[in-house]
Write a protein that binds this ligand. Sequence first.
Ligand SMILES: [Fe+2]
Length: 507
Amino acid sequence: MVKTMEIEVLGRALSTLPADDDHPYRTGPWRPQTVERRVADCEVIGDLPTDLDGVYLRNTENPVHPAVSIYHPFDGDGMVHVVGFRDGKAFYSNRFVRTDGFVAEQKAGGPLWSGLAEDPAKSPTQTGWGARGRMKDSSSTDVVVHNGVALTSFYQCGDLYRLNPTTLETLGKAGWNGRFPSDVGVSAHPKVDEHTGEMMFFNYSTQAPFMHYGVVDDEDNLVHYVDVPLPGPRLPHDMAFTENYAILNDLPLFWEPEALAAGKYAARFHKDIPSRLAVIPRKGNTSDIKWFEADPTYVLHWVNAYEEGEEIVLDGFFQMDPEPPSGGGTIYQRMFRFLDNELMGPKLHRWRLNLRTGQTREERLTETTSEFGMINGLHGGRRHRYAYAATALPGWFLFNGLVKHDVETGNEEHYKFGEGVFASETAMAPRVGSTGEDDGYLVTLVSDMNRDCSECLVFDAARLADGPIARVQLPERISSGTHSTWAPGSAIPDWATADDPATAIGL
Ligand SMILES: [Fe+2]
């Protein structure tokens, strides 16, 4: 039933972006938001199932100031969008993450830190965050829910900002019983084991030992933190876990050491250096780490891992060409070639790490290029069969389709959003009372350039090709964005009993 949308304005941010902005990642599908809104009862086209119960959260790089010189799309301030589903209805809200950097730049009225594409030595502020240093921790990369709280994170390492998962109010930073490793921070992609409530994480820096690994318990206490010594500074982005192990990586795409010594941060792929995968017992010590060698590549995202006999099975996206040629074109085209999945060619791949022999076996699972794979979270660290991944528009960091990989049969099911329609990472929401891995819904946000609107699309996970079963209308066309998560209502305090799930969660 179509109803009139009642939109509440919650806040507005100062934006100093130029009116005639021509940056490709601040305009078009990436046009950022400045207004924070809430819609308590969204208009829905189609019928929302009542057994879709919980929140879809998506982080977004949402800039409000121009860069010092060159804006990189990973520099934008964190903005989280939430669509919550309960009783066949949906609510929506979007809020900035109140990071220290965002607050400082709102006061200053302009950029205070250099971005990824800029020289850190020329940063207006000489202190800052990130493995590279002197960057703004924009907390705009990833979002997970742990211990009933949404946590946003930053790919270069920084704080974890705590957000109410329904109102998106920023509650502060993770403190972890006073043991948060503020000296290095925490990388994006901490992993929550939905069965134990534990969260595993890593961080990385340019200082030895170059990486750490840790575990936070289900009551938000840091209970484990160890060195993971690497041969030098590396650029890990993601990790994986099984029931008993965590899996970290040392991949041969890293800042060139000589350039680094001169203060330059140039990532290079070393095609003759093997990939190395670290397997550590969940609460193991540095001396317990087993390293496995594998074919050289870079993996931005893993899908999942699990134990099978004496092997660990690890699925992720093997990049065929981690450092595509720079070619010509504009500075934007050269800079953003690292965002073009058509060039890097990530393909779903399986590594089998034999804990007894120390050997690695590898297998390409498909020739289809895809990335940003999500699974049913209840299968995290356990055997999985399905991965729901994104296909990208060639030349752009924009997702134009969804592919469901069946890693048992090799079957693939595709859905194309249509020309000019771009989705975010698509989360899998198990149906309340679900009886199988595929028994649930796929949820994503789209920015539709044709109709100048945004929607939250809901698919039956078992019938992807049939298209969305419901389309929740958002109040404005929102910026394209990437990482997302699904949290069931059962993981959110007061969710089941609150009169209004959009506002009543008290944290
Ligand atoms: Fe990521």
